[in-house]
Design a protein around this ligand. Structure first.
Ligand SMILES: Nc1ncnc2c1ncn2[C@@H]1O[C@H](COP(=O)(O)OP(=O)(O)O)[C@@H](O)[C@H]1O
Ligand SMILES: [Mg+2]
Length: 352
């Protein structure tokens, strides 16, 4: 039997009309005509009211809930119209609740799928990156064992090459560890006040040799007579500057230049590291902070890069509530910059 709002309303109206008429017939002096009129009036009013309530407040909303379920099953989220909730109709609110719950769950599922894809891709990348230096070292060692060890010249050359591959492997594993420790929160930031100009000067000294080999000069721009005090994690900022300066040297042109600059503002210090090297193509610039992303894979590896440096820099700056920005034009050079909180009053400076 099919229940529609019309049939139910008719049934209810009939019951109400019978009860009302029967009740009225208990009184003496009520005429037959009055009873008939009462029956029809109460019946038709009850029918109208019952029909309106059932049809507009209940059946339509239930139909909407069914069609919502159908759309959810087909994942047609976009075609679902969400109406403003009507406080008089609880069914309408249920409708909305179901929709927002399903949308939330779908978002979670999408997120999980993304994480899963990312994890798979990451494992594939790591295996590939590990394979390269291991294969190279393995090749050299086996060639030596197969007889090349007897030739003194070849022996030293191959051993050096094997050692270089293993050094690369060590660097890669260390970078991976740092990245995973930052991500899992194992490494906590230790904020303190320190002189970032002094730190950069020390790092530049470490790169003097490499820069000299490419005839690259590194210069500090602006006022360098005073300390530049920032509030940050010294060790992590050391890593950031080392990565950025090492990139500038690695990807800088022979005979090029690197400029380091600290702009002290009211609330922050803006650090800029600029080079006039090969630059980064516009199509790659948004991706260089991804793990293992390199513009030129073979060149980066040959220069001793792991492809993780900028991913680590990005994470460290996020840990400082800041971010690293990059501007670059191909063939002209690149500029990396980031902001750190400045030490403002004398108390803070005295902590040093
Ligand atoms: N100063 C720069 N000039 C040109 N390209 C750069 C510079 N810094 C980074 N890059 C590009 O971004 C990529 C990612 O950098 P990074 O994460 O430090 O990896 P790696 O140095 O190990 O290659 C590099 O491979 C390089 O292609
Ligand atoms: Mg690097």
């Amino acid at each position: 039997m099919v229940f529609s709002s019309r049939i139910i309303a008719l049934f209810l109206a009939l019951c109400i009309a019978i009860v009302t008429t029967a009740f009225l017939s208990l009184f003496e002096g009520v005429t037959q005509n009055a009873l008939v009129v009462t029956f029809f009036i109460s019946g038709s009013i009850s029918y109208m009211l019952g029909f309106i309530v059932l049809e507009f407040l209940i059946f339509r909303e239930i139909d909407k809930i069914y069609s919502l379920f159908a759309k959810l099953r087909k994942k047609e989220f976009k075609t679902i119209e969400t109406e403003r909730s009507n406080p008089l109709n609880p069914l309408k609110r249920i409708n909305e609740e179901i929709f927002s719950y399903a949308a939330l769950k779908q978002k979670e599922i999408d997120e999980l799928k993304k994480i899963e894809a990312f994890r798979r891709e990451f494992i594939a990348d790591v295996s590939h990156e590990l394979k390269t230096p291991i294969f190279a070292a393995q090749g050299f060692v086996h060639t030596l064992l197969d007889g090349a060890v007897k030739d003194k010249n070849v022996r030293t050359r191959f051993l050096k090459k094997a050692a270089k591959s293993l050094d690369g492997l060590d660097m890669l594993v260390q970078d991976l560890l740092t990245l995973s420790q930052i991500e899992t929160g194992e490494i906590r930031m230790h904020f303190e006040y320190f002189d970032i100009l002094q730190l950069a000067t020390d790092i530049v000294e470490q790169f003097e040799n490499k820069a000299d080999k490419k005839d690259i000069s590194i210069e500090f721009e602006g006022d360098t007579s005073e300390q530049v005090l920032v509030y940050a994690d010294w060790q992590r900022i050391n890593q950031v500057l080392t990565n950025l300066i090492s990139n500038a040297v690695k990807y800088g042109d022979e005979g090029g230049k690197i400029w380091i600059r600290f702009d002290v503002q009211k609330d922050y210090v803006l650090t800029k590291i600029r080079d006039n090297g090969e630059g980064i193509p516009a199509t790659d610039i948004n991706r260089i902070f991804e793990r293992f992303y390199r513009v030129d894979k073979s060149r980066s590896r040959e220069k001793g890069g792991t492809g993780l440096g900028l991913a680590i820099v990005k994470h460290i700056m996020e840990g400082h509530g800041s971010r690293v920005e990059v501007k670059s034009s191909l063939g002209k050079g690149s500029e990396f910059s980031f902001k750190l909180p400045v030490a403002k009053d004398e108390d803070e400076k005295q902590e040093i």
